[in-house]
Write a protein that binds this ligand. Structure first.
Ligand SMILES: [Zn+2]
Length: 282
């Protein structure tokens, strides 16, 4: 499943191809992805020029010069490709730009992806975007905001970090990594990690720092290539961050922290796998 760093990689791949171009033809091959396409979707896209492509969390926001924003979420298996033939079995949305000078195709074999179209001025109020918490590497993501988000919560820290209202854009893989690097057990209660005093404690400092570092590193190497993700160019070798994972998918292997002889364990929390080292994560 593409996580936020992968979506950022897709965004960076789409921008030089699509920005400045006019959408001249839209071919929807089915009525829906995860949800039905909105009414007037094709009409809202055709004859508009792509001004910019933004991203909030895992949502790509394609800004059009007709005042609309085209939202694309990749779900589990969504892929954008440029100039493919667009005839694949799972190619659900195919667009031509500048009268066929370039094409962009959205394929998604499991169809958990989402597309929507709405006035750009309503972006902040959109139901999928309105409740997103601060995002790593932005000025909104402060130690104070993190502490506030965890304050008083009874859920395990792993579960809270996956809550998009507390921090947006963190997925399952990266949360295991962040907690390992922070030396914090994924089972610790969020409220205890935040602490009772109003001061920022070491645990919050470490999680804050490691969240930014892990996400920056993942974006730098082009996101991970777990499962079906491919970059916009169709290049399957775009990312290699998985090879650098310290705990994810390493059950029963030894912890690679210097001086720690722990064995990585896998547990299930809120239905998702968590990998951690019981020796150095407290
Ligand atoms: Zn360890």
């Amino acid at each position: 499943m593409p996580e936020m760093p992968e979506v950022e990689t897709v965004r960076r791949g789409l921008v030089p191809n699509l920005v400045g171009r006019m959408i001249t033809f839209v071919d929807l091959r089915r009525p829906d992805l995860r949800f039905p396409f909105p009414e007037g979707f094709e009409e809202g896209l055709v004859n508009s020029r792509i001004q910019d492509i933004d991203r909030m969390s895992k949502y790509l926001l394609i800004r059009l010069d007709n005042g609309n924003t085209w939202l694309s979420h990749l779900g589990m298996t969504g892929i954008w490709t440029i100039n493919s033939d667009g005839n694949g079995k799972h190619d659900h949305v195919h667009i031509e730009l500048d009268n066929g000078a370039l094409t962009a195709t959205y394929s998604d074999h499991r169809r958990f992806g989402i597309m929507d179209l709405f006035p750009t001025i309503n972006s902040d109020k959109h139901k999928l975007l309105a409740n997103l918490g601060p995002e790593p590497l932005t000025k909104e993501f402060t130690k104070e905001a993190l502490k506030e988000g965890l304050h008083g919560r009874q859920s395990p820290i792993k579960t809270s970090l996956l809550d998009q209202k507390i921090v947006s854009g963190l997925g399952n893989i990266y949360v295991s990594e962040i907690l390992h690097r922070s030396k914090i057990s994924p089972k610790r209660k969020s409220a205890d990690v935040a602490g009772k005093s109003s001061k920022i404690n070491k645990a919050i400092e470490r999680i804050h720092t490691q969240t930014n570092e892990v996400i920056a590193e993942a974006i730098r190497v082009g996101g991970s290539t777990i499962s079906d993700f491919r970059g916009v160019s169709g290049d399957s070798d775009l990312g290699y961050f998985p090879q650098q994972f310290t705990v994810f998918n390493r059950e029963s292997e030894s912890c690679n922290r210097d001086g720690c002889n722990g064995i990585i364990r896998r547990i299930v929390q809120s239905g998702r796998s968590t990998f951690y080292c019981p020796r150095c994560q407290r």
